[in-house]
Design a protein around this ligand. Structure first.
Ligand SMILES: Cc1cc2nc3c(=O)[nH]c(=O)nc-3n(C[C@H](O)[C@H](O)[C@H](O)COP(=O)(O)O)c2cc1C
Ligand code: SF4
Length: 649
């Protein structure tokens, strides 16, 4: 094996940038150490590649050779995974890899001007590597800092509240090749901005209290032998213990907070009842991918209430009989990794994780943290599971659902961060208590990530049933023209609808609440969201891959002032195509921002139309043909055939 240093390929001399000792090791030393730590386990591929990149700045051909030789995995597979995630680089991208967050709120706060300023100061073109190989500057999808934007990532570390002064300081630091560790700490400060707290954010649960409450639900006030068997093997145990816990979750009427609002008790029950083959087990997965633009509440929950979340996951493990759990944390929140690992360590030391939890023989459960690498679609639960297994994040065919065929094809529950936090509170205080908060069909509270045009952006926790008007008043919004609830895949509402309420009966939401005042151009808002969907489409199925591209082209055409009313009909056609033929929720919802804004802010579109007749300024079939050719799929008959959904990406 060669001892040549990988960073030599980047053209940057290490001593110039004071690289840490770890990075001065040879590529083979680094890769071997990572593989060793990851147990030479190919299902850890995403984590292996991430760590290789963190150590060596990119995933070089030499590193891939080594992984291939050591893990005996085909090179194409490794390259396929590396090529899927936008934070992985198989070409050198410089020692400083700068990505500007490009959500609509970043745009409103001037991210493009700041990016241009940095590019000019450092003599680099957006999207390219500087001539000396030192840095690259590009854009990325929302980094989850909308309440303190504009934001950026430098080597996956979040920087918030960018200003012209801060940009100039960053340019100096990069020019001086100052290691990130020596950059001013305040650059990396991420605020929680909790503006309204309720049962979740206000709680001061003592670690372990919910678990003790769960144990107390066992018939004899202790864990009966049968209940311990349940934890180990996931066997139904009749009354008491895990079954009683499940009843409590059902009584609470808890519904998932990740967007779809599925009843948590039913999900847990289906997983608990799913048969296990020999050697199989059940898994608990916490979805902290939080990729929906405008959403940042899971970041705050994990910062302030990590114990509550881990406690909820442990209660879930107890209820369904699982011994392994995963927290899937989006790559943008890399900075949280160490502090979350420390919480896990502390919980192990307290006997709240690991073997014999609470000192009870056989009560075993532990949690691993996996980091994502910049792919919104990995928030979709089956894509997330693929990613956990070390693969590309391609959504699976469903059914079968994860509750029977999840991680490693074994029964798995996937729940949102907020759902687990709520489950811990329910364990402690009872289902009836929880069901009494909120509304009839929407029990409990909801965390809203409030951002955009208001005086006090941040996290607001309300009992379900709060009106949009109330939220706007609380956060100091004025002259509000529109609110985008639940991000681009959610709904856009106008002032006439502000009496509507947050809840499953009216406006369900995963959490984003983005405000636009009357100075904003709602067409440009929709265009930004369409660009997001096109960028994040995983490309697995043709309707979404091509449909999101066509939609983006249409919106760009309107932006360039060459649209016609005919385009409305085209958008409607595309919507039907995406809704009915897409493989996953991303494609299903990709037209939402456009349809909602056309319905409510039609003049914003009409003023861009130069032709007022119904002339097709856009030929869908011709554009499809071009897209087919581009994607190497030019057999028209094969495009929207359901059989395609079963193909490998
Ligand atoms: C494209 C796409 C992205 C998603 N992103 C997330 C996410 O970031 N976090 C999340 O909890 N759920 C996300 N979901 C929903 C998950 O698939 C799943 O329904 C959820 O994690 C279940 O948890 P819950 O029952 O607690 O809501 C996404 C769905 C789709 C289609
Ligand atoms: S709809 Fe298809 S192409 Fe789009 S993200 Fe889902 S699986 Fe990927």
């Amino acid at each position: 094996m060669t001892s040549q240093r990988c960073y030599a390929e980047t053209g940057v001399v290490p001593s110039e940038v004071n690289v840490p000792v770890e990075q001065q090791q040879s590529c083979s030393e680094v890769v071997r150490r990572i593989l060793q730590r990851r147990g030479h386990d190919a299902s850890q591929m995403v984590q292996i590649l991430r760590e290789v990149q963190e150590a060596l700045d990119w995933i070089s051909p030499e590193a891939i050779d080594l992984i291939q030789a050591e893990l005996k995995v085909p090179r194409t597979k490794i390259e396929g995974v590396a090529g899927f995630y936008s934070f992985f680089y198989t070409q050198p991208r410089g020692r400083y890899r700068i990505l500007f967050s490009d959500n609509i709120t970043d745009r409103m706060q001037g991210n493009l001007t700041l990016m241009e300023r940095l590019c000019q100061a450092l003599w680099v073109e957006p999207g390219k590597v500087s001539e000396d190989g030192l840095l690259s500057i590009d854009k990325t999808s929302c980094t989850g800092m909308c309440d303190q934007g504009p934001g950026m990532l430098v080597n996956n570390r979040a920087i918030t509240r960018l200003t012209a002064e801060r940009i100039d300081a960053i340019a100096e630091l990069v020019r001086g090749k100052v290691p990130l560790e020596q950059w001013p700490a305040e650059f990396f400060k991420v605020e929680d901005n909790i503006r309204r707290a309720d049962i979740l954010l206000d709680n001061t649960l003592e670690p372990g209290a919910a678990l003790r409450a769960a144990r107390a639900r066992a018939p004899d006030q202790g864990l009966a032998a049968s209940n311990m068997r349940s934890w180990r093997e996931g066997l139904p145990t009749g009354l008491g213990g895990p079954a009683a816990m499940l009843d409590e979750i059902k009584r609470a009427n808890l519904r998932g907070r990740g967007g779809a609002g599925f009843t948590t008790g039913l999900k847990w029950e289906a997983c608990r009842n799913a048969p296990l083959q020999t050697g199989q087990q059940r898994f608990v997965v916490c979805n902290a991918d939080e990729g929906e633009p405008g959403t940042f509440k899971d970041r705050v929950l994990l910062t302030r209430q990590a114990d509550l979340v881990f406690e909820g996951m442990t209660v879930a493990a107890y209820t369904i009989g699982a011994r392994r759990g995963f927290l899937y944390l989006r790559g943008e929140y890399r900075y949280l990794l160490d502090q979350l690992e420390n919480v896990l360590l502390r919980r192990r030391a307290l006997g709240l994780l690991g073997n014999n939890i609470l000192g009870i023989q056989g009560a075993d459960f532990d949690i691993e943290i996996h980091l994502g690498a910049g792919a919104y679609v990995c928030g979709e639960e089956s894509a997330l599971i693929e990613s956990l297994e070390g693969k590309r994040g391609t959504p699976r065919n469903r059914p079968p659902f994860p509750v029977t065929n999840g991680y490693l094809d074994q029964p798995t529950i996937v729940n949102n961060v907020e759902t687990f936090a709520a489950a811990a509170l329910i364990t402690l205080n009872g289902g009836e208590w929880y069901a009494g908060i909120g509304t009839k069909h929407s029990a409990g509270t909801k965390l809203l990530s409030v951002a955009g045009d208001c005086e006090r952006p941040g996290i607001y926790e309300y009992p379900f049933g709060v009106s949009v008007l109330q939220v706007l008043a609380d956060c100091g919004a004025r002259d509000t023209q529109a609110v985008q609830v639940s991000g681009p895949s959610g709904v856009c509402i106008a002032p006439a609808e502000f009496e509507r309420t947050i809840g499953f009966e009216d406006i369900p939401t995963a959490g984003a609440f983005t405000i636009f005042d009357t100075s904003r151009d709602m067409f440009e808002v929709a265009r930004n969201y369409v660009h997001f969907f096109q960028h994040e489409s995983c490309g697995f199925c043709t309707p979404c891959r091509v449909g999101t591209s066509l939609l983006k082209n249409l919106m760009d055409k309107l932006h360039n002032g060459v649209g016609s009313p005919y385009d409305f009909a085209e958008i409607e056609k595309l919507n039907q195509l995406l809704q009915s033929m897409s493989h996953c929720g991303l494609g299903h919802t990709a037209c939402n921002p456009v349809l909602d804004t056309i319905a409510r802010f039609r003049p914003a579109y009409e003023q861009r139309m130069t032709q007022q007749d119904f002339t097709p300024a856009f030929d869908l079939d011709r554009a499809l043909a071009a897209a087919r050719q581009m994607t190497g799929r030019d057999d028209p008959g094969a495009h929207f055939a359901p059989a395609e959904f079963g193909e490998d990406a």
